[in-house]
Design a protein around this ligand. Structure first.
Ligand SMILES: *Cc1c(COP(=O)(O)O)cnc(C)c1O
Length: 473
C-alpha cells in the first residue's frame, strides 16, 4: 500500500468508525451467529493475488460484523465491561502506527519513561502506598501469575528458578469467590491446584478471615508452607470486597505474600469516598487493577504494583548478550518485570485517557455508574416478582426473577436461565449470570463508557417484559 492510498483509506476508516459508534445501539449486542457460521463462509485458502480494500471492507461488513459482540454498546451489561473511549482509540491508532516493540528502555525510551510516569500518576490519584512500583501487564491474569512467581522465588531464596522445584508444599489461600485466574496461575507456577485453599465467605461474600487463620495454622502444623493470600477487591460474581486490613495483618503474622486482585473494582479507588473505605492497603505486597475494564482505556492494559520491586526483577530478569545495553541499572527495562519479552506501548493510551478526561471527569463517570446501579437496585427491590441476591457494593446488581408464588429452587433456576437466554438471543440487551449459593443469578453490570439512565431503564423494561413472557399468572 502506497502512502497516498493509505491516507485515503485511513480517512475512510475513521468515517467507518464514527458511523459504527453512531449506530452502535442498533446492532444486536450479543452476536447472534451459530457455531461455525463465520468459519464456513470464509474461503478455505488465502488469496494468491492482491485484493482491493473496498472488497475487504465489504466482506468485513457482510461476513465479520455479524459475528461481533458489541462490547462498546451501552446495552452491554454482561461480565465486566472492557470499556474503550475515543481518546484511547486515538492513542491506539498512534501506537499501532509507530509499531514500536518496547521490551527495553533502548528500544523506545519514551515508552519506558511514560509507563513509569502514568503509573505514578495513577498511584497518586488512587492514593496507593508511595513505596509501590508499577508496571503495565497485558492482563490481570498475568499480573497475578507474576505476583505468585515472585512470592515463590522470594520464599525459596530464588532457588526454584535455579534448580527447579524441590517438593516443598506451598499453600495459596483465597476465598471461594476468587477469580479463576488464581487457580490458573497456581497450576502454571508448579505449586499444584490442590494447594489452592478456598476459604468460605461470610454474609457479604467476603473471605471469612477467622476460618482463613485456622487453615493457615493447620497447614503449619502439617509442615506445609503458607506462601500467599489472595484478597479480592470486587469479586467477579458479586463485586464483594475482602477485608484487606485483617488479611494484611494475617499475612504479616505468618510471613506470607498478600496479593490484591482488584481487576475490576480497583478503578473505583479513584473516588476518594470509596478509597477511604479500603483500609490496610500498605500491608499488601502486590496489587493489580485493569484500566481496560472500568477506566475507559482499550483492552489490554493492566496496572500492576509491587512493594518489593527488586524481588520482582530478580524473578524475571534475563540478560542474553544481544540484550545488553549501556543503560542497565539507570533505566527501567520492563522485559524484566514480567513474562513476555516483547511489549506493546500501552502507556500511551493511558496517558491520553488521563489527560483528555482529567481526574475530575473520570471520577464523575464512575460516580454516575454507581448511581445508576443504585437506581436499578431499587427497581429490583421495589418489584415483588424480583429478588436481590447480593448486597450492592459497586455497580453490579445480582438478582433473579422470582414470581411471588414460585418457591421451588430448581424451577426458579431453570426459569431464570431461560429468561437470560431469551433476553440475550433478542440482542437488545446483554446480561450474564453467576450462581450464588446454588441460585441461578442474573448479573446487571453498569460500567459501559456511554451508558446513561435511559439505557438502564430500557434494560429493566426488557427484562420485565421477557419475564412476563415466561411466567404469566
Ligand atoms: C476480570 C478479572 C480477572 C481477569 O482479568 P484479565 O485481565 O482478563 O486477566 C481477574 N480477577 C478479577 C476479580 C476479575 O474481575
Amino acid at each position: 500500500m502506497k502512502i497516498d492510498e493509505f491516507r485515503k483509506e485511513a480517512y475512510k476508516m475513521v468515517d467507518y468508525i464514527c458511523d459504527y459508534y453512531e449506530n452502535i445501539e442498533n446492532y444486536p449486542v450479543k452476536s447472534q451467529v451459530k457455531p461455525r457460521e463465520i468459519f464456513d463462509v470464509l474461503p478455505s485458502k488465502a488469496p494468491m493475488h492482491q485484493e482491493e480494500m473496498k472488497q475487504i471492507m465489504s466482506d468485513f461488513d457482510a461476513q465479520i460484523m455479524k459475528g461481533i459482540t458489541h462490547w462498546q454498546s451501552p446495552h452491554f451489561h454482561a461480565y465486566f465491561p472492557a470499556n474503550a473511549s475515543f481518546p484511547s482509540i486515538l492513542a491506539e491508532m498512534l501506537t499501532s502506527a509507530i509499531g514500536a516493540q518496547c521490551m527495553i528502555w533502548d528500544t523506545s525510551p519514551a515508552a519506558a519513561e511514560l509507563e513509569e510516569k502514568v503509573l505514578e500518576w495513577l498511584k497518586d490519584i488512587m492514593d496507593l502506598p508511595s513505596n509501590w512500583s508499577g508496571v503495565i501487564q497485558d492482563t490481570a491474569s498475568t499480573a497475578t501469575l507474576c505476583a505468585l512467581l515472585t512470592a515463590r522465588e522470594k520464599y525459596s531464596n530464588f532457588e526454584i528458578n535455579e534448580k527447579g522445584f524441590n517438593h516443598q508444599e506451598f499453600r495459596i489461600y483465597c476465598s471461594s469467590e476468587t477469580h479463576s485466574s488464581i487457580e490458573k496461575a497456581v497450576k502454571i507456577m508448579g505449586v499444584g491446584k490442590k494447594n489452592v485453599v478456598k476459604i468460605p465467605t461470610n454474609q457479604w461474600y467476603a473471605i471469612d478471615t477467622e476460618l482463613l487463620e485456622k487453615e493457615i495454622q493447620k497447614d503449619i502444623e502439617n509442615k506445609k508452607n503458607p506462601l500467599s493470600i489472595i484478597a479480592t477487591l470486587g469479586t467477579t460474581g458479586t463485586t464483594s470486597i475482602d477485608d484487606i486490613d485483617t488479611l494484611g495483618k494475617i499475612a504479616k503474622k505468618y510471613g506470607t505474600w498478600l496479593h490484591i486482585d482488584a481487576a475490576f473494582g480497583g478503578s473505583a479507588m479513584i473516588l476518594p469516598e470509596f478509597r477511604k473505605k479500603i483500609i490496610g492497603l500498605e500491608l499488601a505486597d502486590s496489587f493489580v487493577f485493569n484500566p481496560h475494564k472500568w477506566l475507559f482505556t482499550n483492552f489490554d492494559c493492566s496496572a500492576y504494583y509491587v512493594k518489593d520491586k527488586e524481588s520482582l526483577i530478580k524473578t524475571f530478569s534475563i540478560l542474553p548478550e544481544y540484550l545488553k545495553t549501556n543503560n542497565r541499572g539507570l533505566v527501567n527495562d520492563y522485559r524484566d518485570w514480567g513474562v513476555p519479552l516483547g511489549r506493546r506501548f500501552r502507556a500511551l493510551k493511558l496517558w491520553f485517557v488521563l489527560r483528555y478526561f482529567g481526574i475530575e471527569k473520570l471520577r464523575n463517570k464512575i460516580r454516575t455508574h454507581l448511581q445508576l446501579a443504585e437506581i436499578f437496585k431499587n427497581l429490583v427491590i421495589e418489584n415483588q416478582d424480583f429478588e436481590l441476591l447480593a448486597p450492592l457494593t459497586l455497580n453490579t446488581i445480582c438478582f433473579r426473577f422470582k414470581p411471588v408464588f414460585l418457591e421451588d429452587e430448581d424451577e426458579l433456576n431453570s426459569l431464570n436461565e431461560k429468561v437470560l437466554n431469551a433476553i440475550n438471543n433478542k440482542g437488545k440487551l446483554y446480561l450474564s449470570h453467576t450462581k450464588i449459593k446454588g441460585k441461578y443469578t442474573l448479573r446487571m453490570v453498569i460500567g459501559q463508557t456511554n451508558v446513561e439512565e435511559r439505557h438502564v431503564l430500557k434494560a429493566w423494561e426488557i427484562i420485565r417484559e421477557e419475564c412476563q413472557e415466561f411466567f404469566k399468572y
